[in-house]
Design a protein around this ligand. Sequence first.
Ligand code: IPM
Ligand code: MN
Length: 355
Amino acid sequence: MAYKIVVIPGDGIGKEITDAAVKVLQAADKKFGLDLQYTYKDAGGTAYDKYGKPLPEETLAACREADAVLFGAVGGDKWDHVDPALRPEKAILGLRKGLGLYANLRPVRIEEALVDYSPLKPELARGVDLVIVRELVGGIYFGDRCESETYHGVERAWDLENYSVPEVERITKLAFETARLRRGRVTSVDKANVLATSRLWRRTTEKVHAGYPEVELQHLYVDNCAMQLAIHPAQFDVIVTGNLFGDILSDEAAVVGGSIGMLPSASIGEQTSLYEPIHGSAPDIAGQGIANPMGTILSAAMLLRYSLHEVEAADAIEVAVRQTLADGVRTADLWKEGFRKVSTDEAASAVAECV
Ligand code: IPM
Ligand code: MN
């Protein structure tokens, strides 16, 4: 039986990086006989230009029918001035909500070949192997908001953060289960010294933890966590946190690995899950064929692992990425003297050959 994959390239470098990942998937398909079938759909600024909206119903419907979704990136300055409700970013937010993608897994592992690229000293960067479990369909991203109102004679805007107990239970369970398969440590990140939502988060996490006595639980305030990620990132195994804190901490954690272009993510849904690199659409380098496709290629590996349960093929892609880097193949973001500078497509071909 064929697997149905919806590919959403999106905007900016989205097309180049999803083309690269599909090339690698095709190599894995050939080797492991997976029978992958691809359907391409529009979303983001590209969809706004064509249909006047960032997430056409047809795109969402196709995703609901699919076994998995591979997503590039959306956004760009070109659409900075469109109505906030129609911004390209609304496409990914709409997909998250529409597919119930409640958990975003962002693994950060520093490849030995890339230790020198970390902005941290090698002795701090070496051995980092953590995963951020970010709540993805709640919190301040999806609370009520007001773009502008007059209050006591001055203009103001507001965004509301709320979390319910079931929302926190669902995401923290997944974090404990993830930790159980790893090194058995969860760090829950909040701002419980100030925010009511964080105090509910902390109480609920502790209740859920009672069911996972073999996992160690630690709480950290988000400001302290941000600092710990910079001074001793190897201490972390699983970090679980809300939508906004997870957005910020995952970019910080990503850069520890040398390039944000390397980092994959899986957004786990009730049915269909979606896979995307954590970087954005990088309009400044779009169309030049120089983007680093590794984050998207590794996202495709996560797709094979979590949605299709094709573990061997997923392993093969991850090993191939590591091997390609060890062989000295580098896109511009990671290139330096003595290495082989390649385009996005050449990097993909190198990984595909290795698979
Ligand atoms: C991410 C992105 C999105 C987010 C944007 C594009 C809405 O930064 O996936 O981390 O903030 O969640
Ligand atoms: Mn982000």
